[in-house]
Write a protein of this length. Sequence first.
Length: 403
Amino acid sequence: MRAETTRDTRGRRSLVVMSIASAVVAILVGGCSSSADKPTPQGAAITAPAKVDVPAADHGPVNPSAPIVVNAADGLLISVTVTNAADGKTVGGDLAADRRSWTSKDPLGYGASYHVAVKAANSVDVTADSTATVTTINPAKTAYANVVPAPDTVSDTGIGVGQPMVFQFTQAVSNKAEVQKHLKVTVTPDQPGAWYWVDDKDAHYRGPNYWLPGTKIHIEADVLGVDLGDGVLGAENNSADYTVHDAWVAKADGSTEQLTIFDNGKQVNQMAMSLGSPGFPSHEGPHVISGKQPSIVMDSCTYGVCAGQSGYYKETVALDERISNDGEFVHSAPWSVGQQGSSNVSHGCVNLAPDNAQWFYDHFGVGDVVEITNSGGPTLPVWDTYGDWEVPWAQWQAGNAGS
């Protein structure tokens, strides 16, 4: 009897222990749960969408010199597409490594409207689309910064060592100091240089000496949207690349009437010539060839001596290379062969015999140098294409953008 009673008591104790253990397990399981594990009520947002900001869309028409920027907060940018509303062209841009910003890299235009379409994802990868519109200002006056010489005209030949780098604006620039900050030159191999305004439209760049043969030159005018002064804004950016060929320099000495020619510093030819007569003396100083033509019509009326006046002429002249805008050329002059090498009889040009003129024409081109000395004439003005080399380097280097 006692044994049975003992067995019954132990059985009841076992049941109690099992019940307690089960309760503890239930409590422990319940303690591991949280509100995050509970189902989200239907219609409730998981989290807020990524915030997208396009600053330029909030400030009315903007200057196209500033890029379009798209920013994302509380999320990442998945894609950004910017298109010109007028022609549908896409504007290229760069997405930052952290995918929190995008910046346009293609130039924008004036008076344009751009549609910005953005897809962004929040912290749990839920994506959302947004759009914005950016408009640009439409100025009353703009000006272009043209490069001289035109790159395509010298792409095959290269340029001479005397050729300055030139940006020629289509409108007068009064805000020169500011504009000059946006003009850039890269020279390889490195050589010193500085900008100088020869007038209100033309900014020239050169060094203390002629360029080294083989020099590579890259120039940029990043003037889109830049205030040129007097209500004129830069119309667009422009750039060009040039290669400097061998150093061709001709020295025209009016005391000997000889034109001595050097290739990379070595004399390769010498020929008789005639410079300007005492009444029409050639300008002295380095001249740079700005263009060449097989023939042109020379008319003295262009500088005031017209038909019926003493000294008038109008005739076709062959093998012409312009060395100033004042009507000075190196050219063929069969009519003055008898005076070449002995006296100056031209109207300011360098007269050569036909065979010599042909040799010169075959070897010299844009940017090559003709240095005239002992002509009895005044110094070539800096503004007379190209009188750049008449300005002392210290003066040139100091610049004149503030004047």
